[in-house]
Design a protein around this ligand. Structure first.
Ligand code: DC
Length: 218
């Protein structure tokens, strides 16, 4: 059990979970933790070091000499690689293309999951990712899985002006051996295809009231 409350929000790429998790965290006064950014930061470093993301031995030896710092600033998670916050470069096309491959490497997952659990020791959080409810905090009673149709998800990425082969990422994310993207048995599933961010947040808040975490008049 973590020392603090964790609300787990999982789902596929471009399902809207980042926007939802951030707004929900603000409303609750919890810390927003983006675990995809942690896998992206490692991927950014691998690319910047001119390594092939599929060469796991080379990736792991790079990590041995890499300082990954996961911090909280302005109530949000921030990842620094050897003291540098990659910022908007985390959303770059090269990172999009390689991140799912990096996320299949078990030792990378072990290291990042340990850092994700450490957030659970620091503050109440809304944590988004792929395996938060199923593998990182399986004991949390507050699990949500946000989905949307592939068409809606592709439109959302296009609107953001980002190149991202989300179906390819879905395939790798759902088929990897270690903690793949699955719907946790006790997760509440929300299809966000026809909902606004506030609509999804409203549904989550309603569920948290039913579970007794929030007062009826919250
Ligand atoms: O949420 P995102 O699209 O920024 O995540 C980027 C990639 O990181 C995703 O395709 C798979 C990986 N990831 C993961 O394996 N486990 C997580 N908890 C979060 C992300």
């Amino acid at each position: 059990m973590s020392a603090h409350l964790v609300i787990a929000i999982d789902g596929p790429a471009a399902s809207g979970k980042s926007s939802v998790a951030r707004v929900l965290a603000r409303r609750l006064g919890y810390v927003y933790v983006n675990t995809g950014a942690m896998y992206r930061a490692v991927t950014w470093h691998v690319i910047g070091s001119h390594l092939d993301p599929s060469h796991s031995d080379a990736v792991l030896s790079l990590l041995e000499s890499t300082r990954i710092a996961c911090e909280i600033e302005a109530q949000e998670s921030v990842v620094r690689i050897n003291g540098v916050d990659p910022g908007a470069e985390l959303q770059g096309e090269q990172v999009n293309r390689a991140v799912s491959t990096i996320a299949t490497i078990p030792e990378v997952r072990r290291q990042l999951v340990a850092m994700q659990r450490a957030y659970g020791e620091k503050a109440d959080s809304v944590m988004e990712g792929r395996d938060i409810g199923s593998a990182v905090f399986p004991e949390t009673p507050y699990k949500f899985y946000i989905d949307a149709s592939p068409e809606v998800r592709a439109q959302r990425r296009a609107k953001q002006g980002l190149q991202d082969s989300i179906l390819q990422r879905d395939k790798v994310d759902t088929s990897r051996r270690m903690s793949p993207l699955v719907i946790a048995e006790d997760a509440h599933v929300i299809d966000s295809s026809h909902l606004t961010v506030d609509g999804v947040v409203g549904e989550i808040v309603g569920r948290l009231k039913l579970k007794g975490l929030l007062a009826a008049d919250f």
